[in-house]
Design a protein around this ligand. Structure first.
Ligand code: GDP
Length: 327
């Protein structure tokens, strides 16, 4: 019998890479998708196009406890990867209520449904380095206190605490991966890395003249999503549930990213990047740097991509994208 995994947020960047990984490991892969995604297939399922014959998608809502219970009872998954969330920070500032409600309730519903109806199911929660926000320690590790700076970060702290509490109070196998920023050619266009690499390709093809960015001094610990989904699987396939920081341990600024991305096509970023104050956030996270020594030691996890490798992969893919689609 194949192992069954249920992924929330399967249409996102991590969901698609995780599906590929689990299919390779011979899992039956199920995904929870919003009804709108089921209706607007070509657009919302673009990251899963090549997998649609091999996975099963179930329309349901993270905002409805009843629909989550139904799906868990139907699939009885051995593993649940809860990646689904409103995850774009600028949007979190624009709609704080829905970011908090959907993200916190969705996690709580899943945990509660597992406890009531499928207590052997292992649960992975996608926590985030945004929980460290205005960092209280450098680098950040599993013991660093949180100081979130957006409702997104606050909702992830709540999800993290809920996950730990269900583990401690009810003995469920549930754990959180505190993943630092992870990018790839499948990253959404609203995130700064993809915005840059897409603009680089468009500028190279003469479709765009310049690129507007906000805070270029913000520093992140950027890894490749393909490496990071492996850590999720490793966490659910060890003996005991524990929380882990997943990061590269190296930090670069938005400026560094732009510099390398433009350089990859022999352009000088200084000629094209314009600062737009409107793109700066009410409260930005200035610096994030993760210490992943626990994951290296216990999970034996190690990222394959370097920072240069990540930038190159994204620029290469966006050159192909713009050439193919013309936008
Ligand atoms: P985040 O770490 O989840 O917020 O990922 P983002 O890719 O959205 O943002 C990373 C950093 O880039 C933040 O500190 C932003 O303020 C900064 N940044 C600078 N210019 C931009 C921009 O034009 N768009 C976005 N999304 N971020 C920008």
């Amino acid at each position: 019998m194949k192992k069954r995994a249920l992924i929330t947020g399967i249409t996102g960047q991590d969901g698609s890479y995780l599906s590929e990984l689990l299919l390779k490991k011979n899992y039956q892969v199920h995904g929870l998708i919003r009804r709108v995604a089921a209706e607007d297939k070509t657009h919302r399922l673009w990251r899963l196009k090549h997998l649609l014959n091999d996975i099963k998608l179930h329309p349901a809502s993270l905002e409805s406890y009843a629909s989550i219970v139904q799906i868990i009872q139907k699939i009885k998954p051995q593993e649940i990867y809860h990646l689904g969330a409103q995850s774009y920070i600028d949007y979190a500032f624009k709609d704080e209520f829905s970011t908090l409600n959907t993200n916190i309730n969705g996690t709580h519903y899943l945990l509660s449904a597992i406890k009531e109806f499928s207590p052997k199911t292992k649960f992975y929660f996608a926590a985030s380095s945004e929980m460290y926000g205005k960092v209280l320690e450098i680098p950040q590790n599993e013991k660093t206190p949180f100081y979130p700076r957006s409702t997104y970060g606050i909702s992830k702290v709540a999800g993290f605490d809920l996950t730990r509490n269900y583990r401690e109070a009810y003995g469920l196998f549930c754990c959180s991966g505190i993943l630092f920023n992870h990018e790839s050619p499948r990253r959404g266009f609203e995130f700064v890395t993809r915005k840059i690499t897409h603009a680089v390709a468009r500028i190279k093809f003469g479709l765009q003249k310049d690129l507007k960015l906000g805070n270029m001094d913000a520093k992140r610990d950027w890894g490749h999503a393909e490496d990071y989904v492996k850590a999720m699987w490793m966490m659910l396939n060890k003996r005991n549930p524990e929380d882990f920081v997943i990061s590269t341990g190296k930090q670069y600024s938005v400026r560094d990213f732009a510099k390398l991305a433009f350089k990859a096509v022999d352009l000088d970023y200084r000629k094209y990047v314009k600062i737009d104050k409107k793109l700066e956030r009410p409260a930005d996270v200035q610096t994030l740097l993760g210490s992943c020594s626990k994951a290296k030691k216990i999970l034996k996890w190690k990222p394959k991509y370097s920072f240069q490798g990540l930038v190159d992969d994204m620029v290469r893919a966006d050159l192909e994208f713009v050439e193919k689609y013309g936008y």
